[in-house]
Design a binder for this molecule. Structure first.
Ligand code: CMC
Length: 427
């Protein structure tokens, strides 16, 4: 039996349906709220607002649970590969051997980029931030691969997905190579999706590239952990941009810009910069904790806190363990890892962080691994984008296939009312 939530306003009683998710999450369906009552809801930052129903990712912030299509993040990080997880997120099920092999072959066939795109890349100064370059190149892809997609055509949808899965890693690698001043290279389709990514990123022009299993497996795991996170800022951006019928590449380019900010994906770069500053200050953690707690200081402890997790971010647990393993296997002793661990230990005992349920998030330890793998600090958020790609695709696809209406919030206007225009001479 359908349940309702009662709203009493102006002495009248209204009923709105109660919606339940498959994990018993509950929401009030307010689709008809304005029509029936004349009211809208006000929820800055959408802290209480669901924007869609989705079958892709579930997370329970109170319990620290994250699942893609019903599979736990712990299982996927341990047993799966990034390409397989991408398929799972985008198409809904883990692929069979044949499906995965076809997906890889189709991606391989699309893994070339129009040479003219290099002209655009060349015109960026080397000092440009990689996220700015990546957003521009991704948007420019549209010019070279027109994809006025017929949403009802499975073939066209598949082709667009394969194209972006093939071309995006090349753009990410080219962005790093541009920053490092290395020649731009192409995909090697004779090796796995991940091996090819690491080769494109790290191959030096004067020597053969030898695949490194430790690096490949670390990157594979990090990409899986970043692959989707339901309606976060960049994903919501991708969905809302796509809801105007902007194409897949344009929507993803917008998502990259949203991810760039320090409160979202840009936090991974900000964490390392913060840890480096603490190191340069002689390891004075307490000074930074004090700053983070001071309401008159805009500084926040980067890599801490989350809109949804009010418990450990399960991704952070896995990444912390992986950081230990990778550094030890590569024989790297990074003092910044010790600072990070100490900072976490002290913060988790501090009532400010305890009371507000602020725990390390996915970005707290990831930069330490990227750095150990030889990825420049400014490239960290590009790595996040590379991982988030299948999530953005899956969410865009779901939004278009469900024919969701254009995203267009309302507002409460609090500005001036009816002002008389005065000429510039009299102002
Ligand atoms: N350092 C110090 N205080 C914090 C922090 C922090 N990192 N995060 C939250 N708080 C405080 C905040 O000041 C507020 O205190 P009060 O209740 O006294 O006003 C309280 O905790 C609740 O915070 P909020 O700002 O209302 O929470 P939010 O859900 O709007 O923000 C957040 C979430 C992730 C933007 C925030 O925790 C933050 O700025 N963290 C640092 C940046 C970061 O690590 N971002 C990566 C997020 S995870 C990966 C991703 O999404 O890309």
């Amino acid at each position: 039996m359908e349940k309702f939530v009662k709203l009493i306003y102006d002495d009248k009683s209204f009923e709105f349906p109660l919606i339940k998710g498959s994990q018993n999450e509950k929401a009030i369906d307010i689709k008809n709220l304005r029509k029936e009552t004349g009211l809208i809801t006000l929820d800055p930052g959408y802290k209480n607002s669901g924007s869609c129903k989705s079958e892709i990712t579930f997370l329970d912030g109170e319990k620290g649970v994250l699942k893609y299509r019903g599979y736990s993040i712990e299982d996927l990080a341990k047993k799966s590969s990034f390409l397989e997880v991408s398929y799972l997120l985008i198409f809904g099920n883990l692929p069979t051997k044949d499906q995965l092999s076809k997906f890889k072959t189709d991606i391989d066939n699309e893994s070339i980029i129009d040479e003219d795109l290099k002209v655009i890349l060349k015109s960026f100064p080397k000092s440009s931030h990689p996220m700015g370059i990546l957003a521009s190149l991704t948007s420019a892809l549209t010019a070279f691969n027109p994809t006025a997609l017929d949403i009802k055509s499975e073939d066209e949808m598949y082709k667009a997905i394969v194209m972006i899965m093939a071309k995006f890693p090349i753009l990410c690698a080219w962005t790093q190579r541009k920053v490092k001043g290395l020649p731009l290279n192409y995909s090697d389709i004779s090796i796995s999706y991940i091996e090819n990514i690491t080769k494109m990123f790290f191959k030096k022009p004067n020597q053969e590239y030898r695949n490194n299993k430790i690096i490949n497996s670390a990157i594979d795991k990090l990409l899986i952990l970043h692959a989707d996170h339901e309606q976060n800022c960049s994903t919501s951006t991708v969905r809302i941009v796509g809801s105007s019928y902007a194409g897949l590449f344009a929507s993803i380019s917008a998502g990259i810009s949203a991810l760039w900010g320090r409160l979202h994906g840009g936090a991974n770069q900000a964490v390392i910069e913060m840890l480096e500053n603490i190191k340069a200050d002689g390891g004075d953690i307490s000074r930074y904790l004090k700053k983070a707690k001071d309401k008159n200081d805009p500084f926040r402890l980067m890599g801490f806190g989350h809109r949804v997790y009010k418990n450990f971010d399960p991704r952070a647990r896995i990444i912390k363990k992986t950081a230990d393993e990778v550094l030890s296997k590569l024989g790297i002793d990074d003092p910044v890892l010790d600072i990070a661990k100490n900072l976490e230990k002290i913060a988790l005992k501090d009532s400010y962080f305890v009371d507000r349920k602020l725990y390390p998030n996915v970005d707290f330890y990831s930069g330490i691994i990227y750095r150990a793998l030889g990825i420049p600090t400014e490239m960290f958020t590009v790595m996040f984008a590379l991982g988030r790609l299948p999530g953005w695709i899956a969410q865009w696809k779901e939004m278009r296939e469900n024919f969701e209406p254009i995203g267009r919030p309302r507002q409460i206007f609090i500005g001036s009312v009816d002002r008389d225009y005065s000429s510039i001479e009299t102002r």
